[in-house]
Design a protein around this ligand. Structure first.
Ligand SMILES: Nc1ncnc2c1ncn2[C@@H]1O[C@H](COP(=O)(O)OP(=O)(O)OP(=O)(O)O)[C@@H](O)[C@H]1O
Ligand SMILES: [Mg+2]
Length: 246
């Protein structure tokens, strides 16, 4: 298992989560070091999205601790957590289909009231995602899946987060867009934003991640530097097109 970083940006410690009687996390501990990309791998229903929801305050753990920059997030509302510096790109992107691309991106700035800086940040987003420039007035629902993913990422960055959490950012995208989205995650990370992402596509995720954790029915069964996990036969077999699926 990975040695926990001494001063992580995000830490989950011994988190136990239940939906009613059903336990979905068993002593879950995960750390994200400052400036790193950390990936959570795991099969269907292993508890990945629930981990995102815990971080965002959408689901409350029954026990355990979640800290961001040394301070507990337990009991905070989602907007309070966003103000602390965490932004999310949720599963299936959740854009407002009938609103324009511009309106969707600006939604991400809802916690800010520095209007002029928000306008400058919108320009910055168009430098990072040049394709969106011609589409600002278009209905978000009319964009391709890859373009919608870019809008969701731009929207997340508009809150000026220190960390982005992403649930399966490459799901449903064509191979070309998968590469593009992974490049963008790298660029976002290179400007200083830490990344915690859930992915089922382990081989791609391990290409860009610094560390990774493997979740199996609510328990971390493997963790370590992404490079080491890529060569681990247990990961290869389960997630990298080896003999049996997870
Ligand atoms: N709101 C809920 N109420 C009850 N059970 C839930 C709820 N949300 C999730 N679950 C259950 O908790 C378990 C973990 O779900 P979760 O969505 O975290 O898994 P996941 O790893 O993201 O799966 P997938 O790969 O399919 O996205 C599943 O068995 C799921 O059915
Ligand atoms: Mg999920």
């Amino acid at each position: 298992m990975t040695n926990p970083s001494p001063d992580p940006l995000l830490a989950l410690f011994n988190v136990n989560t239940f939906y009613g009687q059903a336990q979905v996390h068993f002593d879950l501990s995960i750390t994200v070091a400052r400036g790193h990309i950390v990936c959570l791998l795991g099969g269907n229903a292993s508890g990945k999205s629930t981990t995102m929801k815990i971080i965002l305050g959408l689901v409350k753990p029954r026990s355990g601790e979640v800290t961001f920059d040394g301070a507990s997030l337990i009991g905070l509302s989602t907007p309070q957590i966003v103000r602390r510096g965490i932004a999310s790109v949720p599963e299936a992107r959740r854009l407002f289909a009938d609103m324009s691309v511009r309106e969707n991106i600006l939604m991400g700035a809802f916690v800010r009231n520095d209007r002029e800086a928000v306008a400058l940040d919108l320009d910055r987003m168009l430098t990072l995602f040049p394709k969106l420039g011609q589409r600002l007035s278009q209905r978000a629902g009319s964009l391709s899946g890859g373009e919608q993913q870019m809008v969701a990422m731009a929207r997340a960055l508009m809150s000026r987060p220190r960390m982005i959490v992403m649930d399966e950012p490459t799901m449903g995208l064509s191979p070309l867009y998968v590469d593009r989205v992974l490049d963008l995650i790298r660029s976002i990370n290179q400007v200083g934003v830490s990344v915690f992402m859930v992915e089922q596509n382990a081989s791609l995720a391990l290409e860009i991640a610094h560390e990774a954790y493997v979740l199996q029915t609510g328990r971390i069964v493997l963790s370590g530097p992404a490079r080491a996990l890529k060569d681990d036969p247990r990961v290869r077999d389960a997630y990298l097109g080896g003999s049996e699926a997870a």
